[in-house]
Design a protein around this ligand. Structure first.
Ligand SMILES: [Zn+2]
Length: 445
């Protein structure tokens, strides 16, 4: 994990937020390379769940919503973490009560046992009774900080889909079963954060709410589990690094009938990258009750109003970015040196092609290399680089995961051919310049 975190920093994937001010707790910024990777992950997801299907539409709802949404959804009443304070040192902990009744507290990235209701850090102070701490970020809309102006930053994108159910139904001539997909930021004031971008307070979700006739929900749930698993392997995750975890009855959310996590084998251990839940009719019924609006589907054949069941595949973009980084990261020995390479699927790679002049001090090579880069740029993310010797340029692009490197050398001036280097095999082939686009198209499109 440390090698990946350091590569991310060194190569412009991910920076600590507000770093010049000493950083800001568990928040990260995606750098010039990271934003390309992240956008490609989102694009690959959108392509699979919206573009390639005839039963899904997209949505982009706002982060701020009517506060009643979170009352109806149950977040105001139920979205809590239990916290205790030490009366002596004033430290605050999230507590967890284990099955045998003993308690543990979270501090500095680890869980510490609580003995005799004493503070696990200073060992002196008594702990207060646990208080329920709501994990939604609260803010005030408009100039007055008062209860009536309270709004929340959404803790999940899902509710933006439920409250637009009727709008989508009325405008898009959708027939059951159909789904609505959305990508967007969500915020949770987690006490327990950590493991780089795995768990942060501000994060991005990719969520689907898939509406199905009651009675077909279990079958659709199973189909979605299989569909989503297949998506990960399509983009290069080894099946042996993925597993399913069925939620126990007692860990199911109050609205869920069944939930299955897709877990990835991170260096920190198996961890959730996506949850696929059967949310039943809960959300639509809750919003119908609280808004006074009808949120159901009229079936023209049976002439009945149906409240659909909802299957929700929900994943975190940042976690997927981390999983794809971990999966792609390889170290290998080449001629006595360590080669670090990110073997991204071509669709996820931040840059597809890099173009170099073999000699940066030969103006005619530089001009030709720039000309080739300009020709490729409208088709693929292309980077031009002449700031180091060729060996170093290759190593840099290996660490960025760029699938192909194009080198313009002295011979190019006479034979009008360039060298194309493959990131994974390091094989080099000589390609006539006029065939270059065609050769790359075969490999990249
Ligand atoms: Zn204490």
């Amino acid at each position: 994990m440390d090698s990946i975190v350091s590569l991310c920093k060194r190569r412009g994937f991910i920076f600590q937020s507000s770093e010049i001010y000493g950083g800001f707790g568990s928040t990260y910024d995606y750098g010039p390379v990271g934003v390309e990777l992240k956008n490609n992950v989102k694009r690959a997801w959108w392509r699979a769940v919206v573009q390639e299907r005839d039963d899904m539409v997209g949505l982009d709802s706002s982060i701020l919503m009517h506060p009643e949404v979170w009352v109806a959804s149950g977040h105001v009443a139920h979205f809590h973490d239990p916290l205790v304070d030490c009366r002596q040192c004033r430290r605050r902990f999230r507590v967890d009560t284990l099955a045998d009744g003993s308690r543990k507290a979270f501090f500095n990235d680890q869980w510490l046992p609580i003995r005799d209701n004493r503070c696990p850090v200073c060992q002196e102070g008594q702990l207060t009774e646990p208080r329920q701490f709501n994990m939604m970020f609260k803010t005030f809309v408009g100039p007055v900080e008062e209860e009536a102006a309270t709004a929340y930053l959404r803790p999940e994108t899902a509710q933006g889909i439920f409250v637009n159910f009727k709008n989508v139904l009325d405008t898009m001539s959708c027939k059951l079963p159909f789904g609505i997909a959305q990508i967007g930021k969500a915020f949770r004031n987690e006490i327990v954060t950590g493991n780089f971008i795995f768990r942060t307070r501000e994060f991005e979700q990719m969520e689907i709410e898939f509406f199905v006739p009651p009675g077909t929900d279990e079958e659709w749930h199973q189909r979605w589990i299989e569909d989503r698993l297949a998506w990960y392997t399509r983009y290069g995750i080894a099946p042996s690094h993925l597993r399913l975890r069925e939620h126990e009855k007692q860990e199911l959310a109050h609205y869920a009938k069944r939930c299955v996590d897709i877990e990835y084998e991170f260096p920190i251990g198996w961890s959730e990258i996506e949850g696929i839940a059967n949310r039943t009719q809960y959300d639509l019924q809750q919003h119908a009750r609280h808004s006074g609006q009808r949120l159901d589907y009229f079936d023209p054949y049976t002439e009945q109003h149906i409240v659909p069941y909802v299957i929700e595949p929900s994943s975190g973009v940042d976690r997927l970015v981390l999983a794809f980084l971990v999966e792609a990261y390889h170290e290998e020995e080449v001629r006595g040196r360590i080669r670090r390479v990110l073997r991204f699927h071509k669709d996820l790679a931040p840059y597809k092609v890099a173009v170099f002049p073999l000699l940066a001090n030969r103006p005619e090579l530089v001009a030709l290399a720039k000309e080739i880069a300009a020709e490729l740029r409208p088709r693929w993310m292309t980077v031009y680089d002449d700031t180091a010797a060729i060996g170093k340029l290759y190593r840099r692009q290996d660490e960025l995961g760029t699938p192909y490197g194009i080198t313009v050398d002295v011979e190019t001036l006479t034979d009008h051919a360039v060298t194309v280097r493959d990131r994974d095999t390091m094989e080099q082939i000589r390609v006539p310049r006029e065939k270059l686009v065609e050769v790359l198209r075969e490999r990249l499109d």
